[in-house]
Design a protein around this ligand. Structure first.
Ligand code: SF4
Length: 228
């Protein structure tokens, strides 16, 4: 599996915000979100192939970090992630898998952190729109989402760019019979100013719908940097 980075930090998003965590970021993605904040795993994927044993050595070297986050890119694209999560389970680690919910793998997982991609993610104008059609075809897989939500403890984390996104979110959450408190709305943005600006109206929409507001703590603490 190609790995773009391994680092320790606190979880910045979702139900486990603030928990010290070791992140393993896989390189490679089947989508091309226009606002992707890790383009080095999607638009211009980079990283080195790593064997399972080498990954586990990183985990063993950080015994304080009991929470392991597999992220990307799209970790569920890679069959090796099944073996990796089984090994992490044997090491008694808490496992979060961060996925867009378009691919199924029978992983071991304590929190399936699913971020379904809305219409606002489609790159119509980026790189001449050459990824737009495939992105649009792949980004929403209700069958995969339904299986993930049914078989795992989950959170549904949506990236919101404008109030109009709420209609699409309500439809997806309702089709999945998702508990409102497991639906997290996160402002799109990689600067504190942009996040504050969007948080002002997004919090109100959360209150109206019973959804959870999701800050991006790592951006607020460290800015838009890698490895934090
Ligand atoms: S699914 Fe995630 S990694 Fe892939 S393009 Fe979208 S934001 Fe980037």
């Amino acid at each position: 599996m190609r790995i773009s980075e391994i680092f320790t930090t606190i979880q910045g998003e979702g139900l486990l915000t603030g928990v010290p965590s070791l992140f393993i970021r896989v390189s490679g993605c089947n989508l091309r979100c226009v606002w992707c904040d890790t383009p080095y795993t999607s638009w211009q994927p980079e990283g080195e192939e790593m064997e399972l044993a080498a990954l586990l050595r990183h985990v063993e070297a950080e015994p304080v970090y009991r929470h392991i986050v597999l992220t990307g890119g799209e970790p569920m694209l890679f069959g090796e992630v099944v073996e990796l999560t089984a090994a992490l389970r044997a090491m008694d680690r808490h496992i979060t898998v961060e996925t867009a919910g378009t691919v199924w793998q029978p992983v071991e997982c304590d929190l399936m952190s699913i971020s379904p991609k809305l219409r606002n993610s489609t790159p119509w104008d980026r790189e001449g729109g050459r990824y737009a059609a495939s992105h649009e075809r792949l980004r929403y897989r209700p069958d995969v989402l339904s299986r993930l939500v049914t078989e795992y403890d989950y959170q549904l984390k949506f990236v919101v760019t404008e109030p109009g996104d709420l209609e699409e979110i309500r439809k997806i959450a309702s089709a999945l019979h998702a508990k409102p408190e497991r639906v997290l709305l996160m402002p799109e943005g990689i600067s504190a100013d942009r996040l504050h600006e969007r948080a002002a109206w997004l919090v109100e929409l959360c209150k109206e719908n019973g959804y959870r507001f999701c800050p991006r703590l790592h951006v607020l603490l460290y800015g838009n940097r890698r490895g934090v």
